[in-house]
Design a protein around this ligand. Structure first.
Ligand code: ATP
Ligand code: MG
Length: 379
């Protein structure tokens, strides 16, 4: 039996209305333990102020009957650290079907260490891409291609939306991508490193987990763009095909060497454009004899040609040449999703389901610009 922890919070803020109410929180299952915090599964019950006066003071009683809301995932992080997290701030402004939604938030002082913790109450998804990749890998399979396409499309859609506001997630990796395999739905989570990037304003380059770090970050670029997330997307797609991370550098520096085993040596201009002060190893010796295209075909020998073509457009050194979310969305790899009769069988299901992947908002259509018609025409 998982341990149940129940407590009352006086001031719980509802995200959309900012209304503050008292609630009972019942935590019953730990979901995650990250570098910064803990994630637990929980249900919440609103307490309504009782108008009956008892001993001259207004009391608060629980509603009759079971009115538990949820289940939710509560992420708990220290409220104050030297590291500035914009997670709450950003989660409050984003609203997209492929980004985890924040429902409530509250602060709570810990009984054990006396510190104040920020609690983010989010919708709860049953799995993440890391678990899904591992699940299929164990049975010597990969995630089925139609599912991969649907997941990648949703990931690119979330990026189109975020990057439209200039927000970079800065920690794209399979464990930060939530999925519901029963509906083939994907939502990005963990905005603990996210930041709105301002043009020509420097930001720290020591972000993103090593395997998923864009080459410009590895060499210490400080004026980078949201294209660092697109690199992460490429690494995630590659991992879905390979069943393991594509670039597994053992150190920060050798991460670039792993990349050069697929892309060839980084061009001199790349170092100059990313960080003219870079003095580290440049990995200028080519480590394979064939062309880069042949190298992609070797490494992704079991993957379809349209997937390889997409990866070749994403995994490129120069962030300006690297594909963008809107370009990714119109890539032929996703044409199958547009077919009238497109359906997927969720894992273990005997009946297929239809996905609603093209319900673009006006804002998204505006961001797609001239590519809008191409994306919405069926094939
Ligand atoms: N809304 C959610 N629904 C379901 N599971 C979640 C949710 N949010 C987070 N998780 C799970 O908890 C894990 C940790 O959450 P998150 O990545 O936000 O925390 P973190 O402390 O920043 O982690 P890390 O430092 O390891 O990246 C996730 O990998 C995911 O598996
Ligand atoms: Mg995380």
């Amino acid at each position: 039996m998982p341990e149940v922890n129940e407590y009352m919070i006086d001031r719980v803020t509802e995200n959309t209305t900012s209304a503050v109410t008292p609630m009972i929180v019942r935590e019953y299952n730990k979901i995650g333990e990250g570098a910064f915090g803990t994630v637990v599964e929980a249900v919440l019950k609103p307490l309504e102020p009782n108008t009956e006066e008892s001993n001259g003071s207004t009391t608060t009683i629980a509603n009759g009957g079971e009115r538990w809301l949820g289940p939710y995932a509560i992420k708990r992080v220290p409220a104050q650290t030297e590291y500035k997290s914009r997670e709450l701030e950003l989660l409050r402004v984003v609203n997209h079907p492929n980004i985890v939604s924040l429902r409530y938030f509250f602060d709570k002082q810990s009984k054990s260490d006396g510190e104040v913790y920020q609690n983010l109450v989010m919708e709860c998804l049953p799995s993440n891409l890391q678990n899904e990749i591992k699940y299929y890998k164990q049975s010597k399979y990969t995630i089925p291609y139609p599912h991969m396409k649907a997941y990648t499309f949703q990931l690119a859609r979330a990026m189109l939306y975020l990057h439209g506001f200039g927000i970079s997630h800065r920690d794209i990796k399979p464990s930060n991508i939530l999925v519901d395999p029963s509906t083939v739905t994907l939502k990005i989570c963990d905005f603990g490193s996210a930041k709105k990037l301002e043009p020509n304003q420097p930001s720290v380059s020591y972000i993103c987990s090593r395997y998923y770090r864009a080459p410009e970050l590895i060499v210490g670029c400080s004026i980078y763009s949201t294209k660092i997330d697109v690199w992460g997307l490429g690494c995630v797609v590659a991992e879905m095909f390979l069943g393991k991370p594509i670039f597994q550098g053992q150190t920060k520096e050798s991460q670039l060497k792993e990349i050069s085993k697929l892309l060839g040596p980084p061009p001199k201009t790349f170092f100059f454009k990313s960080n003219p002060h870079y003095r580290g190893e440049m990995y200028s010796t080519k480590l394979f004899s064939c062309t880069v295209e042949e190298r992609f075909e070797q490494i992704f020998s079991n993957s379809p040609p349209d997937a390889i073509d997409l990866l070749m457009k994403i995994l490129v050194y120069d962030p300006e040449v690297r594909s963008s979310p809107r370009r990714i969305l119109v890539h032929p790899f996703f044409h199958e999703l547009k077919r009238d009769k497109f359906q997927v069988y969720p894992r273990g299901a005997s009946e297929p389901i239809t996905l609603n992947l093209f319900n673009f908002s006006n804002y998204e259509l505006q961001l797609l610009g001239s590519l809008k018609d191409e994306l919405l025409t069926s094939v």
